[in-house]
Write a protein that binds this ligand. Sequence first.
Ligand code: MN
Length: 242
Amino acid sequence: MSLPPPIAAAVVALSLPGLAMAAPAPAPGPAPAAAEAFSLAPLPYAYEALEPVIDAQTMRIHHGKHHQAYVNNLNAAVKANPSLQGKSLEALMGEVQNHPPALRNNGGGHYNHTLFWKLMAPQGQGGAPSQALVAQIGKDFGSMEAFKEAFQAAGAQRFGSGWAWLVWTGDKLVVTSTPNQDNPLMGDAPVKGTPVIANDVWEHAYYLKYQNNRAGYLSGWWGVLNWNEANRLFETATRKGK
Ligand code: MN
């Protein structure tokens, strides 16, 4: 049985590289893959920019491997479930309790780390807390020192992996902590609100330099806190609540 003419021509063309231009146009293949729903943004500074508080190797692995994995796994979870598609990351956080843990863990991982990178800046470049934030912290914690102690305690007392948070709950600032990649936007979060400050207390955030000394990491971390971003988050959160 002989091949129909177009295929025969294609076979000849493929077998003779010089005639490749003469091959018929290929049949349309499957539609190109849809763009991924979420992507990893570059860090807003160099990997070594937070030294000596956070070393370059930790930042490289944390951003390039851990955060990238959350993004990849989140995209896979969204691709597998049409009901998750076309929604913002914030909206997805509100419904994690209705889905398998892949959305909670990887969506939370992507949301939390995106926030975390912006909440840090090279030493001396993070600015200072705004008057409004200082006033609210004074009202809710008594003093900046008392707030920092409460925040460090929340991070130190979180067993295993998790996050320490300063959250605007609509009428006040609250310090809380969450396990794993949970966050205060999640539908089942014990303290719900808008994050103003967030610190990753999982060992992968500090182990190369601090080893088991999480308290040392927590106290050193204020040196790279980006108050300018915290001020902006607080301002946006309180404006939204009015
Ligand atoms: Mn992390």
